[in-house]
Design a protein around this ligand. Structure first.
Ligand code: SAH
Ligand code: SF4
Length: 350
């Protein structure tokens, strides 16, 4: 039986070099191949015209380019957000979102097909879990967006990646970190130096591992409630990783890395948007290096809640700022008309 071809997007630059040696190809070609993959962003072996034909045919025989075909592409009405539904090798589909706000171009990428964490208001949680993505499938999403940006009428470079699409990235830790290593490579997409943000529902062992390994990422933690009971009602995973353990892990993370954490708070009218709730989160985060990202609920078919109104969101921000000196932002609900399956939409600072 023939072995499954190697997905080139699964390999770091060093792994690619070693792989060429194994295929009896001069590793001298690795730099040019890498250049084709991540600078020229080619979509097929045929476009790698500067590689000798013999090398190309060997690559074709042994490997594949894990380009993800687009099943559907939708623009938001305001033109700031574009959502891609991408098809994986097994036919499963994932969402990748391209966002352009105030000069920042960001790709919001998925880490799993579905999600096992079951947050009640989340469309992905309502789907349930199907499988982890491979490193190559994670990398291919960033490549997809980078390629779309390069061929746009006003070409741009991909500047930022947020792991805030479908799935819980710390539930798929090894594949996500492998992908991050590939995305960071300075000879490639060069998304290093704080250009990647990972959002977690609060997987405590994963946060502790990130701190131990000193991973150069921005960390966002989805909080949504400031009490154990309130959080468990929205985020079932909070029953496993309790709020007190989560806050201890966050504190230790900030101490070990010297970095602040973004705390995400999906604002649901009448549920977690009162002045008392703002004070509760203020007390919880006081003294920690923190920024709160408030995300008005994006309505989903499986959850009856409604988004907080702008005035209530402003009041929440005001309390955090004036009483606790905690900066916050409210994500504008751009892209809502295309149901951009991503918490990271544009923000207004306060
Ligand atoms: N699994 C990770 C990352 C993906 S979700 C996490 O939960 O953090 C990214 C962010 O979008 C999270 O803060 C999540 O709570 C938020 N989110 C999910 N569904 C939402 C919805 N319907 N409306 C508003 N925010 C939502
Ligand atoms: Fe999973 Fe995040 Fe959605 Fe919760 S909010 S179900 S952790 S993707």
């Amino acid at each position: 039986m023939r072995a499954t071809p190697v997905n080139l997007y699964d390999l770091t630059r060093e792994e690619l070099r070693l792989q060429l040696v194994r295929w009896d190809v001069n590793p001298f070609h690795a730099a040019l191949l890498w250049n084709y993959l991540y600078l020229q962003l080619v979509g097929s072996f045929e476009e790698m015209t500067e590689l000798p034909a013999r090398v190309r045919s060997r690559l074709k025989a042994e490997s594949c380019l894990g380009v993800l075909p687009t099943a559907l592409e939708t623009d938001s009405n305001d033109g700031f957000t574009r959502k891609y539904l991408l098809t994986l090798g097994d036919g499963a589909r994932i969402e990748t979102v391209l966002m352009r706000f105030t000069g920042r171009v960001t790709a919001c990428i998925s880490s799993q097909v579905g999600c096992a964490m079951g947050c009640v208001f989340c469309a992905t949680g309502q789907m349930g879990y199907t499988r982890h993505l491979t490193p190559g499938e994670i990398v291919a999403q960033a490549v997809h967006v980078a390629r779309a940006l390069r061929t746009a009428r006003e070409p741009h470079r991909l500047r930022n990646v947020v792991l805030m699409g479908m799935g819980e990235p710390l539930h798929n830790y090894d594949a996500v970190m492998h992908a991050v290593d590939i995305l960071r490579d300075e000879a490639g997409l060069a998304l290093g130096a704080g250009r990647i943000t990972l959002s977690t529902v609060g997987v405590v062992p994963g946060i502790r591992r990130l701190a131990r390994e000193q991973r150069p990422l921005h960390l966002a933690v989805s909080l949504h409630a400031a009490t154990q009971a309130g959080r468990a009602a929205l985020v079932p995973a909070a029953k496993k990783w309790r709020l007190d353990e989560l806050m201890a892990a966050c504190r230790d993370y900030s101490t070990a890395t010297g970095r602040r954490i973004f705390y995400e708070w999906t604002l649901i009218e009448g549920q977690n948007d009162s002045a008392d709730q703002a004070r509760a989160v203020g007390r919880l985060l006081q003294g920690l290096p923190a920024q709160v990202n408030l995300i008005p609920l994006n309505p989903t078919s499986g959850y009856a809640g409604t988004p907080t109104r702008t005035e209530a969101a402003r009041q929440f921000q005001h309390i955090l700022k004036s009483e606790f000196k905690i900066p916050s932002s409210v994500r504008q609900r751009r892209g809502i008309d295309i149901a951009a399956g991503c918490g990271q939409l544009a923000s207004t600072q306060s």
